[in-house]
Write a protein that binds this ligand. Sequence first.
Ligand code: HEM
Ligand SMILES: CC(C)=CCC/C(C)=C/CC/C(C)=C/COP(=O)(O)OP(=O)(O)O
Length: 299
Amino acid sequence: MTDLTLDRVPGASVGDYLELLKPRVMSLVVFTGLAGLVLAPGHLHPLLAGVAVLCIAVGAGASGAINMWYDRDIDAVMARTAKRPIPSGRVGAEEALGFGVVLSAASTLLMGLAVNWTAAALLALTIGFYVFVYTMWLKRRTPQNIVIGGAAGAFPPMIGWAAVTGSVDLPSILLFLLIFLWTPPHFWALALFRNGDYTRAGVPMMPVVAGPEATKRQMLLYTLLLLPVAAAPAFVGIAGPAYLAGSTLLGLMFVGCALRVLRATDDRPAKRMFGFSILYLFLLFALLVGERLISGGGA
Ligand code: HEM
Ligand SMILES: CC(C)=CCC/C(C)=C/CC/C(C)=C/COP(=O)(O)OP(=O)(O)O
């Protein structure tokens, strides 16, 4: 760990602290959490639903800030992350850690007191999984880091669902599984064209350890496994025919991306697949939510 950022830094702006929350990544995380709330059976007062979404957003961002605190040494050597608030010296490491810890505790406590303790426990588990299991334990040790650690990013719909029902049920487990299987092709697409960054930082991402060809084959495997899992919501009562048709089309397009990446001789197909992975997950959850709202259900 470097100590380049342990000093107190005067003049950090609100924008610097917002950047610690990884707002762009977390906006989609929060959208999947909101989908869990909308899809769950039962009713939650709109104000409490708003509080639940706020807690997911703040908890997700807070875990991102702690991740940036822990990873400040490798972030400093990777081109993609070198300009982040800590490595560029705009926010002190200890300030970022304090900010992340306080917001993590506050979001979990508020979820428990205002909504329910099942959702709060799941939120705490998610924060802990991202910080301890992914960031501190697996990220620097194994190329399976994002397969196992990716579970963290898959919990938010389950948290939203539990905010309404107070329980963990089969449909919310399916939504978890969907994001769990989506994460490897999402992340390895980026890792393929950012391979130099991860090699320089000594982070054992799959393309660094197993090479691009083996990574591409595994990405194809995950997109194929996603086809039935992404269809499953239509068979457990939380989605209908429009979702089934849309998810199948999107899934086939995702498999198409993986096949183009497999045959590729340059970075362009991997870049396109990374972009499409985000659109894919957004559209899938938008279909789930849209169909539910049109059919008149929801929390
Ligand atoms: C452990 C699991 C995951 C890993 C390792 C991962 C990794 C990454 C990385 C490294 C980036 C580039 C970020 C940047 O340049 O700042 C990224 C971007 C992104 N990720 Fe993921 N991701 C994961 C899970 C998720 C999940 C669960 C979601 C949403 C549900 C998500 C949504 C996004 C979005 C929306 C972007 C684009 C952000 C932008 O526009 O810059 N990711 N991801
Ligand atoms: C509710 C709640 C707590 C949600 C958390 C959701 C979660 C764990 C999302 C993970 C997504 C993410 C930013 C991974 C980045 O990996 P990285 O840290 O290796 O990426 P980096 O190199 O950009 O820092």
